[in-house]
Design a binder for this molecule. Structure first.
Ligand SMILES: Cc1ncc(COP(=O)(O)O)c(C=O)c1O
Length: 386
């Protein structure tokens, strides 16, 4: 009989993502699931209808590697409209099966064994495994604990001649913080001086609140010349399960990204691309309606938490709200998060899982507010009772 094969894992520290784990626990306990980042409301009806129409019309075979030309043209128009930038859809824009795949392709296209990649902690969990698989080393630099801003002194101290790539994420998951123009100017100066590239995760670009504007690397000429910028239709159109996004980068970087994309996924799903192109053509202003709608959800959730013992700073962007439970408990966030899902029926995500070295005594949980009013109010009621 053949023996059991043992594998020397290339990703020994990686388990099932916290999002899947907490969603499964929420389902098991019948808890309200504010853990995973997905809306509990429907996408625009016209978009769903367009998907059915595309499949029925026979758009079911492989599309071009870089994405349907009509979708890329619509995306270039969106970038001109919302960011004021001109992008060549032929040479600079690639439709991908989810931002996760775009991020993976960008990272593995440019990181070589021994290269260093700066990641700001807390960080979205897909970056480091991609760096590791490319043979690179992730250099973790913590965001400031008070307001999750970039600590540029610590970034400067982390840069070495081996620094190849800088991972930026704004609006930020899990912290809901955003970068400002000064941050981008500092990053541009450092990237040029030390000749590293930037991978900018902007999947929540349309969710920036309180009258502020999203700051994209595409709007900063020096960064535009050395960045991959990643976007997700899942976030913008409430279709996370459609797993489709796009990446914008200068031609030389796009060429390298497409070489990897060609052999990781090759293309993104055809009828989905047709549906998105048709929807964007008919409703180009839809993304501009999102900030007000999500800000109202944030405010509803926080308003309902006013009498609770949690401390919070309203999220500036994305659809996550951090709550500090320091006045309630000093238990570790991983323990508490599971216990409260079981005992109080509200699932969240512990922030420490996004950090290489969580600061001692940190008491933060992340709650997704991309949920309907009734769900947010019931969750807040349960949290107020803690
Ligand atoms: C910061 C961030 N980047 C990337 C992604 C992945 O996006 P997609 O579902 O398009 O792969 C997510 C999804 O939650 C995210 O929060």
């Amino acid at each position: 009989m053949a023996g059991i094969v043992s594998v020397d894992s290339k990703l020994p520290g990686v388990g099932t993502t916290i999002f899947s784990t907490m969603t499964a626990l929420a389902q098991e306990c019948g808890a309200i699931n504010l853990s995973q980042g997905f809306p509990d409301f429907d996408p625009p009806a016209a978009l769903v209808a367009a998907l059915g129409e595309a499949a029925s019309a026979g758009h079911n075979q492989y599309p071009p590697l870089a994405g349907l030309p009509q979708l890329r043209a619509q995306l270039a128009a969106q970038l001109a409209r919302y960011r004021g930038v001109t992008v060549d859809p032929e040479a600079e824009l690639t439709v991908v099966p989810g931002a996760t795949e775009g991020l993976y392709c960008a990272i593995t296209a440019v990181v070589r064994p021994g290269d260093e990649v700066i990641v700001l902690d807390p960080a979205y969990d897909s970056y480091e495994p991609a760096v590791t698989l490319a043979g690179g080393r992730t250099v973790h630099v913590p965001l400031t604990p008070e307001n999750f801003a970039i600590d540029w002194d610590r970034v400067r101290a982390a840069i070495t001649p081996r620094t190849r790539l800088f991972m930026l994420n704004s609006p930020h998951n899990p912290c809901g913080s955003t970068v400002n123009g000064e941050d981008l100017a500092t990053l541009a100066e450092l990237a040029e001086r030390h000749d590293f590239l930037v991978c900018s995760d902007e999947v929540y670009e349309h969710l920036v609140f309180d009258g502020a504007a999203h700051q994209s690397v595409l709007q900063h000429p020096a960064l535009r010349a050395r960045s991959f910028a990643h976007y997700s239709f899942g976030k913008t159109f409430s279709v996370t399960g459609w797993k489709t996004g796009y990446c914008v980068a200068p031609p030389a970087l796009t060429k390298e990204l497409r070489k990897v994309h060609q052999f990781v996924a090759f293309v993104a799903v055809t009828p989905v691309q047709h549906a998105l192109a048709a929807f964007l053509e008919a409703h180009p202003d839809y993304p501009g309606t999102l900030a007000a709608a999500y800000q109202a959800r944030r405010d509803r959730f926080l308003g309902a938490l006013a009498g609770s013992r949690f401390r919070f700073r309203p999220a500036a962007g994305a659809y996550f709200q951090l709550l500090d439970y320091g006045a309630v408990s000093d238990e570790p966030d991983t323990v508490l998060c599971e216990r409260w899902t079981r005992e109080h029926g509200v699932a969240s995500v512990p922030v420490s899982v996004f950090q290489a070295e969580p600061p001692p005594g940190q008491t933060l949980l992340r709650f997704c507010f991309a949920k309907s009013d009734e769900v947010l109010e019931e969750a807040a009621k349960r949290l107020c009772a803690i």
